[in-house]
Design a protein around this ligand. Structure first.
Ligand SMILES: Cc1cc2nc3c(=O)[nH]c(=O)nc-3n(C[C@H](O)[C@H](O)[C@H](O)COP(=O)(O)OP(=O)(O)OC[C@H]3O[C@@H](n4cnc5c(N)ncnc54)[C@H](O)[C@@H]3O)c2cc1C
Length: 545
């Protein structure tokens, strides 16, 4: 028996007779995995390996028809349903103890209707599966997260920001239709034209032809685009806007080498980060920027900021900018960027910068491939949205204090193979531009804090060694707690919490702002039995929360 990290049921296994019934209802290529089998054990490993749940049964549908059968089977046998795409969620939300878990990986067909600038893809495709042919064959892209191994299920339903967001809005804004199996087992399409019935072809695939309109009400579409993954049904297909693939992607990374990585110098780095926020916001929407920092493995300093890839932590701070446009001379032509490159401060011992230009159609090359299984780790993450008004001098002190807290609690040893692999902050700046201004913005359930943020500050600690869990969890929990009090919004897709740690206060308002009541009403309407279970998802309740 194994206890869940989210304090739900304990491990149990679907009766053999019921498993046989389920097998008889899905197509021969679908997989039905039961606890204790080797395939089941492989399947329950998530990218954040500290999260693990034990469904009663796992189904890999081979056809859309299998999803309908699995959800109806769950309803008939009073099982809860959880949904997994890539398993990348930082909170292990794609699986739940005792549930019937639907793994969408086999539903990964990708279609392009280039003349209409549209793509349709199965919910089991990864962003890599979509972006590679989009860029290389069609010179198009989609707004996604920046990692090719992430999937659309969780990312698009929760918001999804990446390098193209300032130019084209969030991923959720660019979703035009969502075909899903509702918690009551109906196959429907939600779009700006309401909800339509959908059918499957005789071979079990989705029939693209729209059936009759069930309702003109667009609440379901509104709730799906921002309400988060897994709560309102099992998505089988997304329809999404294609955008032109940037042809001259350039990255500029400025790295300041510090004399040491303590005290005032780190504060100065935060000052740069905070004071430059308005400048970053004023950059054209083709400029996305990330300021990246973490204390890497074998760090010898008590507090350091470094690029996540550095092998030592001699005290580095890095700002990264990404240009996603078509002008190969954009770096030289952008005065603000040149000013940053020429910046010298007395406390900086040295400064390097490199600029990389990628070739035509290489937006695909720019994207990261960061999460094959060798990158799986025990990761603990929290974040807050900082608005432009929050980016003032007092923010420097607060952020600095948060990092100091993390460092103190984690008490990273001077060196050694067993220290944390990630500890620190990542501030991704993708606010502004089309994020607040996208024409679809008001028709999604993305919170106002997400729409108006200047930077999302992510605190993260983790590594491979389970012995570090307690300190990693404690470090992030203690550091984020005061920031939660100061900044009311967080990105639901970049939060992890475990029993007793990071109990995100007022989490519904934090994730969905003013939209909570309407979202819960949609959840009650489409999932009256509470069939879909997602920790820290719509309708989830836990004692003490
Ligand atoms: C390496 C890495 C990089 C990342 N980079 C970014 C980034 O650049 N931008 C960004 O916005 N986010 C980013 N994220 C966060 C990412 O958005 C979340 O981890 C997200 O939950 C991943 O969705 P998934 O479907 O891949 O994962 P899963 O863990 O499989 O699912 C996540 C949630 O979505 C639900 N879900 C999945 N598929 C479906 C479906 N078919 N129907 C209904 N619900 C479904 C699940 O039930 C679960 O609640 C990153 C995460 C990682 C690990």
């Amino acid at each position: 028996m194994a206890a869940s990290v989210h304090g739900q049921q304990q491990q149990c296994r679907l009766r053999d007779s019921l498993a046989a019934e389920l097998r008889s209802q899905v197509t021969p290529d679908a997989l039905v995995l039961l606890p204790f089998s080797a395939a089941y054990r492989r399947d329950i490993v998530l990218r954040s390996t500290n999260f693990q749940s034990y469904p009663q049964v796992i189904v890999h549908p081979a056809k859309v028809k299998d999803v309908v059968a699995a959800v109806r089977f769950a309803a008939k046998n009073n099982l809860t349903v959880s949904v997994k795409g890539t398993g990348h969620d930082y909170n292990g939300r794609c699986s739940a103890d005792g549930s019937l878990n639907i793994n969408t990986r086999l539903l990964n067909d990708v279609f392009f209707v280039v003349r209409q600038n549209k793509t349709f893809f199965g919910a089991g495709a990864t962003f890599g599966d979509i972006i590679k042919p989009a860029v290389l064959k069609h010179g198009r892209a989609i707004v996604s997260g920046h990692d090719l191994t992430v999937g659309p299920g969780g990312c698009l339903l929760g918001g999804c920001h990446g390098a193209l967001a300032r130019l084209h809005g969030l991923g959720a804004d660019n979703v035009q239709s969502i075909v899903l199996v509702t918690p009551t087992g109906q196959l429907v399409k939600a779009s700006s034209r309401g909800v339509h019935q959908m059918n499957t072809l005789p071979n079990g695939d989705l029939d693209f032809k729209e059936g009759k309109q069930i309702t003109p009400d667009t609440s379901l579409f509104w709730a799906l685009r921002g309400g988060g993954g897994g709560s309102l049904g099992v998505v089988v297909q997304f329809g999404m806007q294609l955008v032109p693939a940037p042809t001259a992607v350039q990255t500029v990374t400025v790295t300041w080498l510090l004399y040491d990585s303590q005290g005032k110098q780190i504060r100065d780095i935060f000052d740069i980060f905070v004071f430059n926020a308005s400048f970053w916001q004023a950059l054209g929407p083709r400029w996305a920027a990330w300021s990246v920092g973490s204390v890497p493995r074998n760090c010898s300093a008590p507090l350091g900021i470094s690029t996540g890839t550095a092998s030592s932590c001699a005290g580095q701070a890095a700002l990264s900018f990404v240009y996603v446009g078509d002008d190969p001379l954009a770096v030289d032509k952008t005065p603000g960027i040149r000013a940053i490159l020429n910046y010298r401060a007395p406390w900086v011992s040295d400064m390097t910068y490199y600029s990389t230009k990628t070739s035509y159609r290489s937006y695909y090359d720019f994207m990261y491939h960061n999460a094959d299984t060798s990158n799986y780790q025990r990761q603990f993450v929290s974040n807050v949205f900082l608005s432009p008004q929050d980016m003032n001098p007092s923010a420097t002190g607060r952020l600095f204090t948060a990092l100091e807290t993390m460092q103190r609690v984690a008490a990273v040893p001077l060196a050694g193979p067993d220290s944390f692999e990630t500890l620190g902050f990542v501030a991704s700046l993708v606010g502004g531009g089309a994020v607040p201004a996208h024409p679809e913005a008001a028709k999604t359930s993305i919170s106002r804090a997400f729409r108006t943020f200047a930077a999302e500050l992510v605190l993260t600690a983790g590594g491979k060694d389970p012995n570090w869990d307690l300190r990693a969890y404690q470090a992030v929990s203690d550091a984020i707690a005061p920031l939660y009090k100061l900044y009311p919004g967080s990105y639901q897709n970049e939060v992890s919490s475990a029993e007793g740690f990071n109990r995100v206060p007022d989490w519904q308002a934090r994730f969905w702002g003013d939209n909570v009541a309407r979202l819960l009403a949609v959840k009650r309407q489409y999932d009256p039995q509470g069939r879909m279970v997602v920790p820290y998802g719509l309708g989830w309740s836990q004692q003490g929360q």
